[in-house]
Design a protein around this ligand. Structure first.
Ligand code: FMN
Length: 349
């Protein structure tokens, strides 16, 4: 791995709304630009705390995710040079365009953190304005910023003046029914932001309920900078549906990519053979162990293994037995048996 290690360390929308959605699938020309950074492709792995680490991001990038976002990192932890931040900001050159996502509520602290991580040469720095977790919003960070347009203006103005690389923002549609997405998107643009990613849910909805694709379309119409739409993309076909409905430049995929990174190659999980899953689990595990070490790597891999091993013919108890193995050889041996059984049962039926 050629990496940069820090020292601081469903709803299927039947009707198509916007017919002017870009139809470019020729990846030799950029799908869109984040200021001066070209992005080739229109499906992107969403930043996900606990998931979008180097092993998973790099696999998704191999399969077609158009750029890489890190898990979010607290600005204060960067400024205080906490060692554990290093792993979160480790990336591979082939992942570029590389986005470091940071969060905080203090404009000066965000600038100090961004300047510090800018030295590590990400292509873009993104400000999280969507996280609904209590520990993040209690002091006004994450989606808490959606209630503070003046502060968002200060943050983006200061960041875009201080940094040489583009600054972007990932938002929700608002804190509650009082939706501030259009205002915040404009504030980001007017103060130097170069892209908006919008998850079509409020803080109150968290991760359930319908994502509001109309709100995504409204943001796309309200700003000139590129817009990434996010929410309710479950199947490969939803990527084009969301683009067509909203006119957005690209689509971000979170939970549907866990256990199905092939979605970035426009494949649904049922189109992926047990053999392909088997190969992927091995490759993913190998990167996990190389990145985290065996003990931590095996434990952290469970949440991925759980999704990969949602096989039709594998009893739950056996799946649990497999994913809780602490020894990689034992895990791989049981895995091989599970996939052999799945192949033979699938062929018989
Ligand atoms: C486990 C988990 C962790 C997440 N962590 C982050 C994060 O660090 N930064 C961020 O901007 N969004 C984060 N999100 C939100 C996702 O990026 C995305 O907006 C959300 O999951 C909706 O997309 P989906 O329906 O495709 O999953 C997280 C979501 C999940 C499920």
């Amino acid at each position: 791995m050629e990496s940069t290690l820090l020292n601081l360390p469903e709803p299927a929308r039947a009707a198509e709304k916007n017919t002017s959605a870009p139809k470019n699938r020729d990846h030799s020309i950029p799908s869109f630009w984040v200021r001066d950074v070209p992005v080739f492709g229109d499906a992107i792995l969403a930043p996900m705390d606990g998931f979008s680490d180097w092993p998973f991001r790099s696999l998704c990038r191999d399969l077609g995710s158009a750029m890489s976002y890190t898990e979010f990192v607290r600005a204060q932890h960067i400024v205080m040079a906490y060692e554990h931040m290093a792993a979160r900001l480790t990336f591979d050159e082939v992942e570029r365009p590389m986005v470091f996502q940071i969060y905080g509520d203090d404009p000066d602290e965000l600038v100090a953190a961004a300047l510090r991580v800018q030295d590590r040469q990400p292509d873009i720095i993104d400000i999280n304005m969507g996280c609904p977790a209590r520990k993040v919003v209690h002091n006004g960070a994450g989606v808490g910023l959606m209630r503070q347009p003046l502060k968002v203006a200060r943050i983006f103005k200061k960041l875009s003046a201080a940094l040489s690389i583009p600054i972007t923002g990932k938002i929700r549609i608002g804190w509650d029914e009082c939706r501030s997405y259009k205002l915040i998107a404009r504030v980001v643009e007017e103060n130097g932001g170069s892209l908006i990613a919008i998850h079509g849910r409020t803080k109150e909805q968290a991760y359930s309920g319908l994502a509001d694709w109309d709100a995504i379309a409204e943001v796309k119409s309200a700003v000139k900078i590129p817009v990434i739409g996010n929410g309710d993309v479950k199947l490969a076909a939803d990527i084009d549906k969301l683009k067509a409905y909203t006119g957005c430049d690209a689509v971000m995929i979170g939970r549907a990519a866990i256990g199905n990174p092939w979605i970035f190659s426009r494949l649904d999980r049922e189109q992926v053979s047990p053999e392909m899953v088997d190969r992927m689990v091995r490759q993913h595990l190998e990167r996990h162990l190389a990145f985290y070490g065996v003990r931590k790597g095996m434990i952290l891999f469970r949440k991925h293994a759980l999704q990969y091993l949602k096989l039709q013919h594998l009893p739950r108890a056996v799946r649990t037995k497999i994913i809780t193995r602490e020894n990689p050889e034992e895990f791989l041996e049981l895995l091989e048996q599970a996939f052999a059984l799945e192949e033979s049962e699938t062929q018989e039926n």
